[in-house]
Write a protein that binds this ligand. Structure first.
Ligand code: AHG
Ligand code: MN
Ligand code: MN
Length: 322
């Protein structure tokens, strides 16, 4: 077994068939993550992990070799799990696995592709949803609040898993000796102390005025209206920024901006914003598109983008006032 799940994991899921399917699927995803972490650990010893394949995903992003390999690892293993449908950043449409199964998986198989060759943390994000009757899309075109599980693996100094089934957040670490994910923190709470924001400031000229005003006020520090000195961090891998914010607080922003293709933001609702929001809320933080709670937003396209602001409640609220 690749993961030693906590006693009582997913106990809040009342339907037994669904709960068992969730447990089995998380075990399978942990197995996949171990394989992806193993590939990542080679870096340049494995030639071309971060090389462009020449192909593009449904969103027009370049696909790197590790993007495709991670997707293949996940789908191959999910074939052994009670999963009806699988949707992925790397695939235009939905994969049908076992339509009679009670749950579905959406995934960003490799988050932070631009960091593959830089030895900076990257990860895998996933969302588990109940199977809905009718067409496969019905199971995915749901608001985030209907998720059964949200979580992400981080391939960094440690390989970790941060996961929620809607009953708090657990953090597991892949223990090097046993090669098994073991529980490290049973009730992860988002730290609130740090006045620190994460945004790709190279896009400042494209932001909408409220975001420009907010960041200018952060930069003004104690002398500005926020009356606080802010620090700044931007990893460029959502999983790493989210992991840092969970452990020491702060705020993440990837707002919609004026660039073509970014009018609705950059990050994808189904397999990036929804699962990360589920985790953040369960850890005591909040997640919005700048105004509305991400978990409430409807979805009508697998690869739909959304503006994304998350972190400590107080900081997210300040942004929505702007
Ligand atoms: P992906 O590698 O799955 O396409 O996701 C990359 C995302 C996210 O991880 C990160 O927060 C953001 O894109 C970085 O965007 P910039 O390149 O604009 O910094
Ligand atoms: Mn991503
Ligand atoms: Mn990706």
């Amino acid at each position: 077994m690749s993961i030693k799940l906590s006693t009582g994991f997913a106990d809040n899921i009342s339907n037994k068939e669904t709960r068992n399917a969730v447990i089995k699927t998380v075990q399978v995803l942990a197995e996949a993550a171990k394989k992806i972490a193993y590939l990542c650990a080679h870096g340049p010893l494995l030639e071309g992990l971060g090389a462009n394949t020449g192909a593009n995903n449904a969103d027009g992003d370049d696909q790197k070799a590790l993007d495709i390999q991670s997707d293949e690892i996940i789908i191959a293993l999910l074939k052994n799990a009670p999963v009806a449908y699988y949707a992925s950043e790397e695939e235009e449409g939905i994969n049908t696995l076992d339509p009679s199964a009670p749950i579905c998986v959406a995934s960003d198989p490799l988050d932070g592709s631009s960091n593959i060759d830089t030895n900076v943390s990257i990860g895998t994000i996933f969302s588990i949803l109940p199977t809905m009757p009718g067409a496969a899309e019905n199971s995915f075109f749901r608001p985030g609040k209907e998720q059964l599980v949200g979580g992400f693996f981080v391939y960094g100094p440690q390989t970790s898993l941060i996961i929620t089934t809607g009953n708090g957040v657990e953090l597991y670490v892949l223990e090097p000796k046993s090669k098994q994910f073991v529980l490290a923190i049973g009730d992860l709470q988002l730290a609130t102390a740090k006045a620190e924001y994460a945004i790709n400031a190279a896009n400042a000229r494209h932001w909408q005025p409220p975001i420009q005003n907010f960041i200018n006020d952060c930069l003004a520090g104690v002398d500005g209206p926020l009356a606080e000195n802010y620090n700044m961090r931007w990893v460029g891998s959502l999983v790493a920024d989210a992991s840092r914010i969970l452990s020491r607080g702060g705020l993440f922003l990837y707002p919609a901006d004026a660039r073509t293709g970014y009018e609705k933001g950059r990050l994808r609702q189904l397999y990036e914003a929804n699962p990360v929001s589920f985790v953040i809320e369960q850890a005591g933080g909040s997640a919005t598109d700048g105004k509305t709670r991400i978990m409430e937003l409807p979805l009508s396209d697998l690869h739909q983008r959304v503006g994304f602001v998350f972190g400590s409640k107080k900081q997210v609220e300040i942004v929505s006032h702007y």
